[in-house]
Design a protein around this ligand. Sequence first.
Ligand code: S3P
Length: 161
Amino acid sequence: MKPTFLIGFMGSGKTTIAQLLADDFVDLDTVIVDKIGMSISDFFETFGEAKFRELETETLKNLSKTNQIISTGGGIVMSEENRRFLKDADVNVIYLEGDFDELYERILADKENIRPVAMSHTREALFDIYQHRVDLYDSIATHKIHVTGKTPEEIVKEIQL
Ligand code: S3P
């Protein structure tokens, strides 16, 4: 199987689905956290978002050489370099597409993941970011699965690689 990247907005279930698809899945954010030795929100606070995006690009490029199922952070599509890389590589890119209302509820309910991009914006501002990103996810996806109202098991069944 080709390397398979899961993309989508925060709260769309990328890590959960990757976990169900393969025991040896890799979560890009976890690789970054292991590398930097601090949480993503602490890193944002100390070094800023731009530095995080640099690390994200570097990690993305390294991972695509080795691993089969990779969940990415919701902002991976913000960089043109990342989009070009994923589009040109011979990989599957699965976009987990969800309605904003549901994603927002999940982000708020998730006490384990402190997401600096969500924390630093109002609901309205986050909706603008969502709308902007939706087109970017679409532009690089090889597969698209609508996730709203579905269980992780239902979503996995729909993923045909
Ligand atoms: C981000 C999403 C997060 C993480 C970072 C930035 C974003 O990942 O990479 O906090 O810009 O959307 P999840 O999509 O897994 O929450």
